[in-house]
Design a protein around this ligand. Structure first.
Ligand SMILES: [Zn+2]
Length: 489
């Protein structure tokens, strides 16, 4: 990905924080606030009986109280002038690390994730047995970074420790080559998930083939099976479901309506953590990219599909649909592509993307779940060419609601009109926050986050409702009983 120009002279922060947060000049009240924030999880949540297969399953179903606590905690931590810099802290460039800084600033401005690391007892959720994780090393470094960005009082911070940690988890990020911001993001979210996976022993669950006759029910069972192996803050915040449908188009069989195929379908419900959308010349808006993503694809020739009814490889169609959407929706625009010879190039197509009220109700195919309406809160940007590009981020501050430009160690307020946010060729990853569909309450622009577990299907996204009466499903209610019966813990 080439190089970017700026490297900060100082790569180490001179500030050292204790386990409980900044202790500086004997500021007792500040220390107390931070201590209580670190302890709140264990104080408020009484761990239930610990089963052999899971870590603590907490009674509380949302993280709302953590949000209040963190807001109050940050306010009382800062005195007067320094409160204004909360979250507006640059990240020093350690040598081609703008890709990492860009992703980190977007995640740092993901309110519920920052709330979790500042105010929840995340240490109590570290999975020390997971061979896929780092036994908590990565999440501790990430939490430390979050603390410096929101509770510190310097204008920039060196992510040196964090970089070493992610390098240990994913060795491709060890060196100082320019890398892909989205790849780092994917590895980081994966790493956090594995470190905080509340499942200790993953049961073996066989993939079930579905035929498209009971999608609402099959999606719920697929989610239940997924949760039996994966439960973490990452699942709660970022994960949704896609419906993948394969349809037989065997040319040797013909249906009454003249189309080919034996009629056999194979449907799968797969979890996703972000949507990687293609861009073509005809994509002018984000919705166009999404339509292209959901477009039916024909598999023929070498790509033929094995139809279990025809018992042979046949022509087929493949279609992906959005099924269940998460509280935080990350969109990755596939601007970088590889040719068959391995040559990497960038698509500079300008795309318009909504800053607020992005309505996905016609794209989301499930009848369950809350109304899918999203506000943008962060953008990872890439400017320049594949060989000489530079990553920055734009993000909306949780306290003043203003947009800021994060360019490595620099952070400056921007005018979203002048900056032309919402349009351009540099937007690479977009971060959307689901908003409650209460049009009468303009102030409330966030949504409740429900802790996902197999024992509480009432908290699964499929059964969540909001007050829009039209947004009501009867079919989802029918499978409700079934889900309660098939729960596994
Ligand atoms: Zn067939």
């Amino acid at each position: 990905m080439g190089t970017c120009n700026s490297v900060d002279a100082s790569t180490r922060s001179d500030r050292q924080w204790s386990h409980h947060g900044p202790v500086r000049g004997g500021n007792e009240s500040k220390r107390r606030v931070l201590q209580s924030m670190a302890r709140v999880g264990s104080r408020i949540f009484k761990p239930e009986s610990i089963s052999t297969s899971t870590l603590k399953e907490h009674k509380a179903s949302t993280y709302d109280h953590v949000h209040e606590l963190v807001n109050d905690g940050i306010a009382s931590c800062h005195d007067g002038s320094s409160k204004d810099i909360s979250g507006k802290v640059g990240l020093m460039n350690l040598g081609n690390t703008c890709f990492m800084n860009s992703s980190l600033q977007c995640l740092s401005n993901t309110e519920p994730l920052t709330d979790y690391f500042l105010g929840y007892d995340y240490r109590g959720e570290i999975n020390h047995d997971n061979v896929l994780g780092t036994k908590g090393a990565l999440v501790r470094c990430y939490a430390e970074l979050t603390k410096h960005l929101w509770l510190g009082d310097s204008k920039s911070y060196s992510p040196h420790e964090f970089k070493s940690s992610i390098g240990r988890f994913a060795p491709q990020f060890e060196g100082y080559e320019q890398q892909d911001a989205q790849e780092l993001l994917a590895f980081l979210l994966d790493g956090i998930h594995e470190d905080l996976n509340r499942v200790i022993i993953k049961p073996y669950i066989e993939d079930k083939d579905c035929d498209g006759t009971n999608d609402e029910g099959d999606a719920i069972i697929a989610w239940s099976n997924y949760l039996a192996r994966n439960k973490s803050i990452i699942v709660d915040l970022f994960q949704g479901q896609l419906r993948n449908t394969m349809t037989c188009r065997n040319r040797k069989t013909k249906k009454a309506d003249g189309t080919h195929g034996c009629g056999h379908k194979n449907v799968k419900f797969d979890p996703f953590m972000y949507l990687s959308l293609p861009i073509s010349d005809r994509c002018n808006t984000l919705d166009d990219c999404l339509s292209l993503f959901c477009e039916e694809e024909t598999l023929e020739g070498e790509n033929q599909w094995y139809c279990s009814k025809c018992k042979t490889h046949v022509d087929a169609t493949k279609k992906i649909d959005l099924w269940m959407l998460p509280p935080i929706l990350i969109i990755h625009l596939k601007r970088f592509k590889f040719s068959v010879t391995g040559h990497r190039s960038k698509i500079d197509q300008e795309v318009r993307y909504p800053l607020s009220d992005w309505n996905l109700s016609t794209k989301k195919k499930s009848e369950g779940g809350v109304f899918p309406l999203y506000d943008l809160y962060a953008i990872s940007q890439h400017r320049g060419t594949v060989t000489g590009g530079h990553y920055t981020a734009h993000a909306k501050n949780r306290f003043d609601g203003e947009w800021y430009d994060f360019n490595d160690s620099q952070c400056r307020k921007v005018d979203k009109e002048k900056e032309k946010l919402g349009f351009g060729s540099s937007a690479y990853c977009l971060f959307y926050n689901r908003v409650d569909h209460h049009r009468d309450d303009k102030q409330k622009r966030t949504t409740a986050i429900h802790r996902q577990s197999t024992s509480c299907p009432e908290l699964w996204p499929h059964f969540q409702r909001d007050k829009v009466t039209q947004w009501k499903s009867t079919r989802v209610d029918l499978v409700w009983g079934e889900a309660r019966e098939t729960k596994t813990d």
